[in-house]
Ligand binder design. Structure first.
Ligand code: DGP
Length: 110
């Protein structure tokens, strides 16, 4: 989608340092971090949310990359979050998996 910021990041159209890239997925730091480490893992192809995704391999790839990136940056404990829909706190409508770590987490989340 031409007006989607995460599509632009995935295509290299805006200056963002990528922590990971393959032919399906990229990862980069969140600009509004909610933890000392806050990374976003996204599919390169546009899906408004995980509800629109039916490619199980791609959904799984997001989690595999999240694990790899978390390990690469040295996280031993982390939280993986996919906000889905406005009511769940989604603000960017291009599927993204949050990788949050580096502090103690409480439960339930807000
Ligand atoms: P969510 O609320 O679950 O849709 O999370 C969207 C996240 O995306 C939020 O934590 C801030 C982050 N974000 C928004 N715009 C940009 C951007 O242009 N670059 C980066 N790196 N992160 C962004």
């Amino acid at each position: 989608m031409s007006d989607c910021i995460f599509c632009k990041i995935a295509k290299g159209e805006v200056n963002t340092r990528l922590l990971y890239r393959d032919d399906k997925v990229v990862a980069f730091n969140d600009t509004n971090p909610q933890a000392p480490t806050h990374i976003l893992v996204i599919p390169i192809d546009h899906y408004d949310s995980v509800k629109e995704m039916d490619d199980e391999l791609l959904i799984g790839r997001l989690f595999t990359v999240a694990k790899e990136v978390a390990g690469k940056v040295g996280l031993k404990h982390y939280r993986l979050v996919i906000n889905t829909g406005i009511g769940a706190g989604q603000s960017v409508f291009h599927t993204h998996l949050h990788v949050l770590g580096g502090r103690l987490m409480s439960w339930p989340p807000g």
